[in-house]
Structures are given as structure tokens and as C-alpha cells.
Design a protein around this ligand. Structure first.
Ligand code: HAM
Length: 429
């Protein structure tokens, strides 16, 4: 029998791989801008890490892990997510000795034994960010704004931001008692998973996909009524900060997340297009997990993070016909008319590159056709044209491709076109 790929895995090549690499690049650029450093950690860890970190009551640990005994009979698990591993590394290497916030990101494969379908695989890749350090509502809002900006950079715009505050331990203990009391009386009408959750993790009942629209669920007690004052104040600060940052959000009181380490703020970015078969798909999710460093034998420390499934991003980008080629654009292409100005063109291109612009030039060709061809290939936003006349009169022709405009300006003012300041440019004659 022919050997085929394992169910729920993907072979990457061609366009899909290009899109994957592009997403990786955008993730790295966004992280660089925010001083978030990369970590690359093992894809398998001691099973205990996930049992203690993600929680034995979670679906991931109880049903979805790839766990096996190695040749020394140690229980090993292929990582189902990244937060537990990063926290293990953070604690193990005493990274908490550094003062201030410690900010990390990772990109790599995760493994979950789930039922494969569009956007759900058994091996999938996540880009995740984890930030350790003093909890502050502004940081919560800012990490949501970061995630929002990242998705926008990929051209993904039809997204709804759902947010909730599931409270600190003190708030939750209280609320869980009320929930158990409420659901206990209605549990016969609910699905078998909910029956289990009532005993193991009552909060997760709120997240049930089967009973989502039932009246029992709709009338369930709401966490906001049971938050202690400190948590209530915090959740108000987070939404106020989101508003100040211009991030649209919806409070979803049933958003509880499926991993046990969460405390306080939780959020999800879901695809929002009612006409699409993938409407409602969660693209990115995260929240605060203030107790995890302590759970993994480190000091008590606040932390927040998120992860996004790269396959889901590719799915949405394909659905929206977004190709990296359309987004991955050169700022400028310099075109020269005549051999005598080529070197001046290269000087100008270097000047623009030194001022932070992505600039391309055809070194070889003096004919216009191949030079314009290059500008299409790199999808340049601007074309700058220098000929003898421009050179002699210190001018340059500027074509804005998107606005379809053309103007001739003094070459010394070229940076103003790109809203940049710097030393003025002059031709060498
Ligand atoms: P999660 O909600 O389990 O959270 O996963 C985060 C994202 O990974 C999901 O929103 C989805 O985009 C993607 N994902 C999850 N499962 C699959 C799958 N089977 N196939 C494809 N994509 C999938 C976490 O993993 C947390 N560690 C997030 C986090 C980081 N919270 C704090 N820091």
C-alpha cells in the first residue's frame, strides 16, 4: 500500500509556502518594532508540563495530546501549544531576574489530536507572543492592539474582537459555586461534555458549542456580576484603554477559553463574514495567565499572551484573495532614461534605501520597457524617473501608482513624498 500523509497534517509548497513565509516575516517585523525577542523551544516536553500548565481538565490535555513513552519510559508530549513551554523556559532560566517586562515570540508547529476540518489540523503552526512582568490594563489593551495591527498588516480586516474578564482566583471561586448550583438543576438537558464539565471545570460549560444557543445557557449567571471590585475596576480600565486606542471590541460574557491557566482578561479575534463558510472561525486568541510561573515552580508573576494559527490566517487570506505579492511591495522603483544617468539613479536608490525605503532599480537595462516590467514585478508604490532633462534641472518625475498621479518636483524634496525627513538630496554633476 502507498504511504500517504498522516490525516490532519499538511505538505507546504508553492503559493501556500510563500504565504506562510510572508506571515512569518510580518510577525517578525511587528515583534521587532515592539522589542519582542524570538525564542525557539523544543517541540516535545515532559507530559507533566502540559498537565500542570494547561490543566488536566482542559480538552487539550484530556483528549488531544500526542503522548508517548520514550525508550527510557519517560512520558513525552508533542507540544499542543506554546505558552506552557515558554513559561517553563522562562522559569528554568530565571529570566525573571531581568527587571521590567520580558517579551518573547515564537513561530512553530503544535500538535493536537483533533477532528480535522478546514482550519483545524493535527499538526499546525502558531505565531505566539508571551509577555511576563507587572500586570497592567494598558498592557492588556496594547497587546490586543498589537494583534489587531498584525492582522491588518496581512490585509485581514473582517475580524471581530471578543473580550471578557474571567476574574482572578478569588472572583472565580465564588462564580464557579454559583454556576454549579445553576447548571446542576438543568444538566439533564445538556450535552454529555457539559455533564463532565460540571464536575471537572464548570466554567467551560459556557464555552459549549452544542448548547450555545439554549435558553439554559442564555440565562446562566454572568461572571461580571461576581467579579471582586479589583477585577471589575481592571476590566473597565482595559476596555477604556481599547477605546482610547481605537480598537473595536465586543464584550462576550461566555468567552472563557479552553485552557486552565487563564485569569482576568481573555480575548479572541474571530473571522466575521456571515456569508462565508468560515464565519466565526477563531483566528487568534489569548489572555492573562498570572498564576502559571508559580504553578511551574517559579516566582509569582503576571503574564499575558496570545497565539494565532498560521493555517487559519492562510485560509482567510485565500478566501479574501490576499496574496503576499499584493502586500509585499517595494516603496520605490527608480527608472533611468539613457545610459548617462544610470549611475545617478543608483545613487538616488541608495540614498532612499539609507532613509528606510525599500527601493529597486534595474542595473542593466536602459530601455524603458524592462525597467517598467521590474516596477510591476516588485509592485512598487512609486516610480521615480530621471532623464537628462531632470538631471540638468535638479528635478525628478514622481508617479504614484495607486493614485495614478504624476508630478515633477525638485529632487532635493524627494523625501517629503514619503513623509520622511533627512539630509536633502542633490545630483552629482
Ligand atoms: P488556543 O486558543 O488553543 O490558545 O490556540 C490559539 C490559536 O491557534 C487558535 O485561535 C487557532 O487560530 C490556532 N489553532 C488552535 N488549534 C488549532 C488546530 N487544531 N488547527 C489549526 N489552528 C489551530 C493557545 O494555544 C494559547 N497558548 C494562546 C495563548 C498564548 N494564550 C496566552 N498566550
Amino acid at each position: 500500500m502507498k504511504v500517504t500523509k498522516i490525516k490532519g497534517t499538511l505538505d507546504y509548497y508553492g503559493n501556500e509556502l510563500n504565504t506562510y513565509r510572508f506571515i512569518e516575516k510580518v510577525a517578525q517585523e511587528c515583534c521587532n518594532l515592539n522589542g519582542i525577542k524570538e525564542v525557539m523551544l523544543p517541540t516535545f516536553e515532559a507530559t507533566e508540563l502540559f498537565a500542570r500548565g494547561v490543566g488536566e481538565g482542559s480538552d487539550i490535555v484530556s483528549k488531544e495530546m500526542y503522548t508517548f513513552l520514550d525508550r527510557s519510559s519517560r512520558s513525552i508530549t508533542l507540544r499542543p501549544e506554546g505558552t506552557a513551554g515558554v513559561t517553563r523556559w522562562f522559569v528554568e532560566n530565571k529570566m525573571y531576574i531581568n527587571s521590567g517586562l520580558s517579551k518573547y515570540f515564537y513561530i512553530g508547529p503544535m500538535f493536537r489530536y483533533e477532528r480535522p476540518q478546514a482550519g483545524r489540523y493535527r499538526e499546525f503552526r502558531q505565531f505566539g507572543v508571551e509577555i511576563f512582568g507587572n500586570g497592567c490594563a494598558y498592557l492588556d489593551a496594547d497587546i490586543i492592539a498589537f494583534a489587531d495591527a498584525f492582522l491588518k498588516k496581512l490585509g485581514i480586516k473582517n475580524v471581530k474582537v471578543l473580550i471578557n474578564n474571567i476574574g482572578s482566583k478569588a472572583s472565580r471561586e465564588n462564580y464557579e459555586k454559583v454556576l454549579v448550583e445553576y447548571f446542576k438543576n438543568n444538566i439533564d438537558e445538556m450535552c454529555s461534555d457539559c455533564k463532565n464539565r460540571l464536575v471537572k471545570n464548570p466554567l467551560r460549560i459556557l464555552d459549549c458549542k452544542v448548547d450555545k444557543y439554549s435558553s439554559i445557557m442564555k440565562n446562566a449567571p454572568k461572571i461580571s456580576d461576581y467579579l471582586i471590585d479589583e477585577d471589575k475596576k481592571y476590566s473597565i480600565e482595559v476596555v477604556n484603554a481599547l477605546e482610547a486606542l481605537g480598537i473595536k471590541y465586543e464584550v462576550d460574557q461566555n468567552l472563557v477559553r479552553g485552557l486552565d491557566y487563564y485569569t482576568s482578561t481573555v480575548f479572541e479575534f474571530v473571522y466575521d463574514d456571515p456569508s462565508s463558510p468560515i464565519n466565526g472561525l477563531t483566528l487568534l486568541a489569548g489572555g492573562r495567565y498570572n498564576g502559571l510561573t508559580k504553578e511551574l515552580d517559579g516566582p509569582e508573576m503576571d503574564a499575558i499572551g496570545f497565539a494565532t494559527g498560521i493555517e487559519r490566517l492562510i485560509l482567510v487570506m485565500n478566501e479574501l484573495n490576499i496574496s503576499p505579492k499584493n502586500l509585499d511591495r517595494a516603496d520605490v522603483c527608480v527608472i533611468t532614461i539613457g545610459e548617462s544617468v544610470k549611475l545617478e539613479g543608483i545613487r538616488l536608490a541608495n540614498y532612499l534605501k539609507n532613509n528606510g525605503l525599500r527601493c529597486e532599480i534595474d542595473y542593466l537595462n536602459n530601455n524603458l520597457k524592462p525597467q517598467f516590467k521590474l516596477s510591476y514585478r516588485v509592485n512598487a508604490k512609486y516610480i521615480l524617473i530621471i532623464g537628462e532633462d531632470e538631471l540638468n534641472n535638479d528635478l525628478i518625475k514622481v508617479k504614484n501608482i495607486d493614485l495614478k498621479t504624476e508630478e515633477i518636483i525638485k529632487v532635493e524634496n524627494i523625501l517629503e513624498i514619503f513623509n520622511k525627513e533627512g539630509e536633502k538630496y542633490a545630483y552629482k554633476k
